[in-house]
Design a protein around this ligand. Sequence first.
Ligand SMILES: O=C(O)CCC(=O)C(=O)O
Length: 271
Amino acid sequence: MELTREQKQFFETFGFLSLPGLLKEEVGWIIDEFEAVFRGRNVVHDGSERSCIVPFIDQSARLSTLLDDPRLVGLISGILGEEFNYLGGDGNYYTGDTSWHSDGFHTVGKYLKVALYLDGVGRDSGCLRVIPGTHRLDMFKGWEARQAGESPERWGIEQKDVPAVALETRPGDVVAFNHNLMHASFGGSKRRRMFTLNSCARCETEPELDELKKYIANHHRYWIDQMHSDIMRGTASPARMCHLQQVIENEGHLPALSARARKEMSEPARG
Ligand SMILES: O=C(O)CCC(=O)C(=O)O
């Protein structure tokens, strides 16, 4: 699959893209594998807090093939270029609301999240909400929309009432957004299933590589020694390997950081 010029321009302008039904034929086995991964890791989700596994699709050889799927590869390549880096991602049972935030704010490089919600989710039942345009570096300095997490103090409204686009989805739909984009979710159940794939454009400059290393370092909180699983790497075709290689070459600092995190934290982070 190739994105159209208009889809690419939409993404650049607003920071997100919805692809209804992109994986609808696959969603049956995807849900089975999702459940099997959580079972295999003995995660019992009791709904009191978010349960999270990182990296996620990497835990299953079949889910790892999503990184070979021409529809997902077409989507990610269309935004980041054909030599994009795969950076792992999380698998979640979410519980309740997620406040307004962005997944960091990258001033160099381009970082993308692809998300699949495995239950039907609507505006007030836990779908992703986004504030279009908040990913834009040129808007960052001046636009208070990036402070949406302070909506009661700033604007006298609850976070759920911040003006935003609700990306309602059914299983098999795919949404993608720039990591810099402000996003949130409200009214979801205590068992909201979703997983993500994170990627960035291949780094060509030292500042881009430094940003990638910083992004990787941040994963110490998950107590992982490498960004991808051995399954993901061991079953990779040359085409998939192209999306893993630059990360493999730049993650040497992660094991020591994770070793420290294991001493300092009582459990791996839940997001
Ligand atoms: O679905 C949600 O609750 C929020 C998802 C999110 O914040 C993320 O994937 O970064």
